[in-house]
Design a protein around this ligand. Structure first.
Ligand SMILES: [Zn+2]
Length: 300
């Protein structure tokens, strides 16, 4: 997931976070403790950028520092940062967090839309995951890049579990896992008992996280979608895109991948996987099926 946000917006997030808090002395105390334990003011902890945030936590876990963070600091951080600042996070900040990326689908499952919609005083909002959970890391409870917009089901299942696959890590890649399917009977295109969706992993951290989130089990509820993708490959695969290009030479379609996008009703370029649910599964299953059928295709 690519983060796109200006420094001004980051500063606005900080101002919003501490703005109007009457207990200035608590804030001052937190600031002093952050400087003592982490050699940086609270402001810098709140705005640690993705890579810095990961290094910050790695440092804590590998060294002895996590042990020497005294309990009283944990409890002050918990009382003030979690129960005051986080509990009263402003709507503008929720909007800033939502707009950190262009993604509109839960980054953990790619199954469910997340949204931020406001009407009058009511809001329909995504759920917020503390990637580094607030029990162990209360001092990170309002850190901008620690708050991940996710779907309710992933948020609930993840709870306080510690993952090693951080959604804002630029090293993450579409190729870290691959969807496929196993045919278990002759009626595999219509009967869900004859068909199973599989996920193969090339990254241990993602496999562990997905396992915690029940991904393999949850994706079995999308067998019908996968079966339709396979049928579309069979019906429309061979020569279909090329024949449409020939039939409409006037530029109705820009290229073959645009036709595939319409056929599969989803985005097929990994850059766009965050825009619509099940896009990664769609691409992987279509890829595998077209290859089995010996159909040359390109998505880009
Ligand atoms: Zn999710």
């Amino acid at each position: 997931m690519k983060v796109r946000i200006s420094e001004e917006t980051e500063e606005r997030y900080w101002e919003n976070t501490v703005d109007g808090r009457r207990n200035k002395s608590a804030l001052k105390q937190i600031d002093e403790l952050c400087t003592q334990y982490f050699q940086m003011p609270f402001h810098d902890i709140v705005l640690l950028r993705p890579r810095e945030l990961q290094e910050f936590v790695e440092d804590l876990s590998h060294g002895e520092r996590r042990k020497i963070i005294a309990e009283d600091f944990q409890s002050i951080a918990n009382n003030y940062i979690v129960t005051t600042l986080y509990a009263h996070l402003k709507e503008d900040n929720k909007k800033i967090i939502f707009n950190l990326t262009e993604d509109k689908v839960c980054p953990y499952c790619n199954r469910t839309y997340i949204e931020y919609v406001k009407r009058d005083k009511l809001h329909v909002t995504y759920e917020m995951d503390h990637y580094y959970n607030k029990d162990a890391y209360p001092f990170l409870a309002v850190s901008l890049y620690n708050l991940i917009p996710v779907c309710p089901s992933c948020n609930r299942i993840k709870g306080t579990k510690e993952f090693l696959y951080y959604p804002y890590d630029e090293k993450n890649s579409y190729g870290d896992s691959r969807f496929g399917y196993e045919i278990k009977g002759t009626d595999f295109l219509t009967n869900s008992d004859d068909f199973e969706i599989t996920i193969e992993y090339f990254n241990k951290a993602l496999e562990t996280a997905d396992n915690e989130l029940y991904m393999k089990e949850l994706y079995q509820t999308h067998k019908d979608v996968a079966q339709e993708i396979i049928r579309k490959c069979q019906y429309f695969g061979k020569g279909y895109a090329k024949s449409l290009m020939t039939a409409f030479p006037g530029g109705l379609f820009q290229n073959e991948s645009e036709i595939y996008r319409l056929v599969f009703e989803n985005y097929l370029d990994e850059e766009d996987f965050g825009k619509r649910p099940l896009s990664k599964m769609t691409r992987d299953i279509a890829d595998e099926t077209l290859s089995i059928l010996g159909i040359e295709h390109e998505w880009g």
